[in-house]
Design a protein around this ligand. Structure first.
Ligand code: IBG
Length: 221
């Protein structure tokens, strides 16, 4: 049996993508089992694999973990991406929760009905540019180190890079006002495990197009 974690989700970003990022940054190889149709989800639900009948689900170390945050807490702790002490961890947790909030806004956009997309778009870009990115620009300035917290890579760095790249897909010059975020992006993208994940052919997923959205909607709604 393979010792690699096995990820159960659809073949797209959604709630699994931050988990893929975290594993990739930690240098952990993983297998993926894609939910292609409703029956695949029903099968997992009926065989008792999903505690709350939902995915993401990750098989790891003999467990079937669900709930995105619980899965990420486990991986981040196991691979030492949570800071060196309780106070660093508290900072990392705050940053990560803010990043989850922004990620949620960005990730959901493609899946909204057209009438909801219209007001959602300016709101998510406003939140990125005027709420979240200024905070992380200031954190980098005040901390004055290569990383958001302490002197080593944490899950907060990984999740910030992921969200920056997502926001840039909608507005390529979104970092124009944020010089420290620009250098942060370049630094993080050059870390070997991350660099590898950013290259074509990795398990990183593209932005969902219309067909992908329609396929996912048929499975989950
Ligand atoms: N709190 C849970 C977590 O964080 O893991 C929520 C998980 C969740 O909402 N899972 C959805 C699910 O399994 C799929 S992702 N639904 C089946 C059910 O019966 O509840 C939902 C999603 C889509 C598209 I669809 C983009 C982003 C998320």
């Amino acid at each position: 049996m393979s010792g690699k974690p096995k990820l159960h989700y659809f073949n797209g970003r959604g709630r699994m993508e931050p988990i893929r990022w975290l594993l990739a940054a930690a240098g952990v190889e993983f297998d993926e089992c894609f939910i292609e149709k409703k029956e695949d989800l029903t099968k997992l639900q009926n065989d008792g694999s999903l505690l709350f009948q939902q995915v993401p689900m990750v098989e790891i170390d003999g467990m079937k973990l669900v709930q995105t945050r619980a899965i990420m807490n486990y991986i981040a702790t196991k691979y030492n991406l949570c800071g060196k002490d309780l106070k660093e961890r508290a900072l990392i947790d705050m940053y990560v929760e803010g990043l989850f909030d922004l990620n949620e806004l960005l990730m959901k956009y493609e899946f909204l009905p057209p009438d909801q997309k219209v007001p959602h778009f300016p709101n998510m870009m406003d939140k990125a540019e005027n709420r979240y990115f200024p905070v992380f620009e200031k954190v980098l300035k005040d901390h004055g180190k290569d990383f958001l917290v302490g002197n080593q890579l944490s899950r907060a760095d990984v999740q910030l890079l992921e969200v920056i790249l997502m926001a840039e897909e909608y507005k390529p010059d979104i970092l124009a006002k944020f010089s420290l975020l620009q250098s942060f992006k370049a630094r993080m993208s050059a870390i070997p495990n991350i660099k590898k994940f950013l290259q074509p052919g990795s398990q990183r997923k593209p932005l969902a197009d219309k067909n992908a959205v329609a396929k996912v909607m048929k499975i989950f709604y």
